[in-house]
Ligand binder design. Structure first.
Ligand code: DC
Length: 348
């Protein structure tokens, strides 16, 4: 009778085991990636999309660089590939490139499975769920003039596909309409009348841009009834079904104290004056840097020193200092904060 030794059994078993592991492992990993894609898309569609994009980019980059390296050997040092004796360094590089190619291939196929999971999640839960994820996402961005908060607010709003309100424009328009009615900017009755009859359709008026309109706005903004008249419009905007981004001075503290995310964007007065000064120069206006800096400081003092709704960071706001950050870096920092907050309090 033919009997197997223990060692033979063990080696047969191991052989069997490894064969099945080799065959199964990639499928198990791909199934896991599919599940992760399903789950992550259900949790947060924005984060899912970013991860999917990064996965594909990394996979393709690995594939491409490995293919170029292997191609080089194929053309110029084919001995390495055919096993002919070649320097160990060449062999090591070739093996590394071949491994990277495998990893890139797996990452690309894995990203495809991850994406497939996301697509399945979307078809199961439907668009309503994703609308629900962003429903009521209110992002408040406050900060002083020329801190970069306006640019940041627009970028954040575009990223989440929600509307953005530059609330400074409301005060600028009130100042414009007050002056147009013949009233002085500190004439409370005239300014309140202008605020109550403000037509939001006139906010894209070009004359509202620039520091002069901002300084005028800062004067009418000190009047409590002007602020009260503009409050409802801002709150209604914030509570649109899809959520909104609002930027200003008192969004996190007064207009939307219940905002999901509050950012306070700031920068040193000198840096803000430098940015403003560049804008003046770009328009061919002869204003000295010192004058711009003095104006910035005066506006800061007026906005943060007023009795009602002074400019300031809410207690639960996260400050982003853009003194040394460009618009993209500030956007990345903001996105990180927003994703963290959303993870900490996921939509129900
Ligand atoms: O953000 P901005 O520079 O366009 O604002 C112009 C002025 O409007 C600002 O100096 C103060 C006032 N403002 C305010 O008091 N509250 C807001 N939420 C927005 C602007």
């Amino acid at each position: 009778m033919n009997s197997l030794t223990f060692e033979q059994c063990l080696s047969d078993f191991q052989g069997e085991c490894f064969r099945s592991v080799d065959f199964l492992t990639p499928f198990v990993l791909l199934a896991v990636l599919f599940g992760v894609g399903l789950w992550s898309s259900w949790r947060n569609r924005q984060a899912f999309r970013r991860a999917r994009r990064h996965g594909f980019i990394a996979g393709f980059a690995l594939l491409l660089s490995a293919a170029v390296t292997m191609g080089w050997f194929y053309l110029f040092d084919p001995g390495t590939i055919h096993g002919v004796e070649t320097p160990p360094l060449s062999q090591a590089i070739f093996v590394t490139a071949a491994t990277a190619f495998g990893a890139g291939l797996f990452l690309t196929v894995g990203s495809a499975f991850y994406a497939l999971g996301g697509a399945v999640a979307k078809s199961i839960w439907g668009k309503a769920h994703y609308r629900g994820l962003t429903r009521g996402l209110v992002i408040a961005i406050d900060g002083p003039a020329a801190s970069g908060k306006g640019t940041l607010a627009k970028k954040v709003a575009a990223h989440f596909g929600i509307p953005c309100l530059d609330t400074g424009l409301l005060y600028r328009a009130v100042a414009r309409d007050t002056a147009a009615s013949g009233g002085a900017l500190d004439d409370a009755a005239a300014a309140v009348k202008a605020a109550r009859s403000l037509d939001p359709a006139t906010l894209d008026d070009h004359s509202l841009r620039g520091p002069a309109a901002g300084d005028a706005a800062s004067v009418v903004a000190k009047i409590p009834d002007v602020r009260a008249a503009l409050l409802e419009f801002q709150r209604a905007f914030a509570h649109r079904p899809g959520g909104a981004v609002l930027d200003g001075r008192d969004i996190g503290t007064v207009v939307c104290p219940d905002a999901d995310v509050k950012l306070f964007v700031t920068a040193s007065a000198e840096e803000r004056a430098r940015r403003r000064h560049l804008e003046h120069q770009g328009r061919g206006e002869a204003v000295s840097y010192d004058q711009v800096l003095a104006d910035i400081r005066a506006r800061d003092a007026r906005d943060s020193g007023r009795d009602i709704a002074p400019m300031g960071a809410a207690a639960d706001a996260v400050t982003i200092d853009t003194t040394t950050l460009g618009p993209e870096a500030a956007f990345d920092a903001a996105l990180k904060v927003i994703e963290q907050k959303r993870r900490a309090a996921p939509p129900s």
